[in-house]
Design a protein around this ligand. Structure first.
Ligand SMILES: [Zn+2]
Length: 214
């Protein structure tokens, strides 16, 4: 069961990957998390990645691929895994193929840009205690103040609509060719992200059942 999750930032793919991981007992491998782990452990590839992330740059393909390779070689991946955040480009997908990693299923969680902007721009955080809220889904009982500590709530720079839209543009430009790559192999399915997390999970499970018969 080798699965890749695709989805725009804010589409909830990380959460879905975690749920499927728990249900089927295969690890959900988030590229961001394993890069941070490799850096913390100071592995050869981790040190290489550190040099880039310290400058605020994305680690180049050969480094990311090296880290993925280290991770997929571990025992817990022998019955399968979920990749979340990798591959990001067709070149990376081809590298996976070259490694002999045969992907069974690619699940792309589709959420419209408008809905993602609505979700992200509604988020509010408390600068003092770090509590998080959402104006629609999880409003603070104190309005614009934190219900735990009373401090003012604010919107993170990353969640501002114009910033979110910029990220989405980059995402689509990068990911469409990747989806086409897996579609041409008959491996990519699209799942419409739903307002309710569990509803999306049900659709994801449906696709997994269809592909793996369980
Ligand atoms: Zn607070």
């Amino acid at each position: 069961m080798r699965i890749i999750f695709l989805g725009a930032p804010g589409a909830g793919k990380g959460t879905q990957a975690e749920l499927i991981s728990a249900q089927y007992g295969i690890p959900a491998i988030s590229t961001g998390a394993i890069i941070r782990e490799a850096i913390a452990k100071g592995t050869e590839m981790g040190l290489a990645a550190k040099a880039y992330t310290e400058k605020g740059m994305l680690a180049p393909d050969e480094v990311v691929i090296g880290i993925i390779k280290e991770r997929l070689a571990k025992d817990d991946c022998k019955n399968g895994f979920i990749l979340d955040g990798f591959p990001r480009t067709v070149v990376q997908a081809e590298e996976l193929d070259k490694m002999g990693v045969d992907i069974d299923l690619v699940i792309s969680i589709e959420v419209s840009d408008d809905d993602i902007v609505k979700r992200m721009s509604g988020r509010r955080v408390c600068g003092s205690c770090g509590s998080s809220y959402h104006v629609l889904y999880k409003p603070s009982k104190n309005g614009d103040q934190c219900e735990k500590c009373g401090s003012d709530l604010s919107i993170r720079a990353d969640d501002k609509p114009e910033v979110v839209l910029d990220r989405l543009t980059v995402y689509h430009k990068m990911t469409e060719p990747l989806k086409d790559y897996y579609k041409s192999k008959g491996k990519c399915v699209e799942v419409e992200g739903q307002e309710i997390l569990d509803d999306t999970s049900a659709l994801v499970r449906e696709q997994i059942a269809k592909a793996f018969g369980r």
